[in-house]
Design a protein around this ligand. Structure first.
Ligand code: 5GP
Length: 260
């Protein structure tokens, strides 16, 4: 599959055209950002691990009849995916209260939810991806009621599947963010983007040690080791990803305060 021109560059990924008008190539970068782009770093090897981990998870979801954009992994950093029109909503699924929810509602960090909680955030960096109600989604026609019902059902299925998958390897799936899009070839709504330690909170089941992007957000160090541990437990840490030089701290950390 030949790589065409760059179509879009995001914070952690680049999308390139392919020779098929309905397919594109997703490239995973080592760049990491947090707090609405105010904290930035290059974490050597992160893109390779996320490409591999996301491929593994999305393939497993496909096997469980949960449709998604993955066609196949092409190389260490790239995968061939369906071209979709992304719905501008981040779907956050939570099993344990932490992160922004702790702050917003002053609920104790680590509180286990009796049932999964789905939140909707409007994808807009300038606004800091604000939380919105379903009514906003309908009013601004970001998606229809029928589409949101379908996506919500998919979110619950994906959560059930991932909870079990991670439980089996001694990891608590605390929360995660997923995105959906309309497939160009047939207009069907499918899971898109990625599922990786960049987009999930993953805690070791025994110690609650963080194995995800919070290691970067909270300056906990050993970021790559956390991602490698997830890959190792998933049984996909091979020579290439195992040899990534572990770094104790992301370098350089460039702090940019955004002017409003
Ligand atoms: P929170 O709202 O607590 O910051 O995040 C909830 C979950 O969604 C976490 O697993 C977090 O990693 C993920 N998440 C929320 N927003 C984003 C985002 O803009 N980018 C990425 N990669 N993950 C996000």
């Amino acid at each position: 599959m030949k790589k065409g021109k760059k179509l879009y560059e995001g914070k952690a990924k680049i999308i390139f055209a392919s020779t098929d008008k309905n397919l594109v190539i997703q490239h995973f970068k080592d760049d990491a950002t947090a707090f609405n782009n105010q904290k930035k770093a290059n974490i050597e090897g992160k893109g390779i691990l996320n490409n591999r981990i996301s491929e593994h998870i999305l393939s497993a979801l496909k096997d469980a009849n949960i449709e998604n954009h993955l066609i196949k992994r092409l190389n260490m950093r790239e995968q061939l995916i369906d071209l979709v029109e992304i719905i501008p909503i981040e779907f956050i699924v939570r099993n344990i209260v932490t992160g922004s929810l702790t702050k917003r509602l002053n609920i104790e960090d680590g509180t286990k939810l009796n049932r999964p909680l789905i939140e909707f955030c409007y994808k807009n960096d300038g606004l800091g991806d604000p939380l919105v109600a379903k009514e906003h989604i309908y009013a601004f026609e970001w998606a229809s009621e029928k589409e949101i019902d379908y996506i919500t059902e998919q979110c619950m299925r994906i959560n059930d599947f991932l909870l079990g998958m991670f439980k089996g390897i001694g990891i608590k799936l605390v929360d995660f963010k997923i995105e959906f899009g309309k497939r160009k070839s047939d207009g069907k709504i499918i899971l898109a983007d990625e599922i990786s330690p960049d987009t999930c909170r993953l805690w070791d089941a025994e110690t609650d040690k963080k194995l995800d992007k919070d290691r970067f957000r909270k300056d906990l160090g050993e970021i790559i080791e956390g991602y490698q541990e997830v890959a190792r437990r998933l049984g996909i840490l091979h020579e290439q990803t195992n040899n990534i030089r572990p770094i104790k701290f992301p370098k350089p950390i460039e702090v940019k305060i955004k002017k409003k």
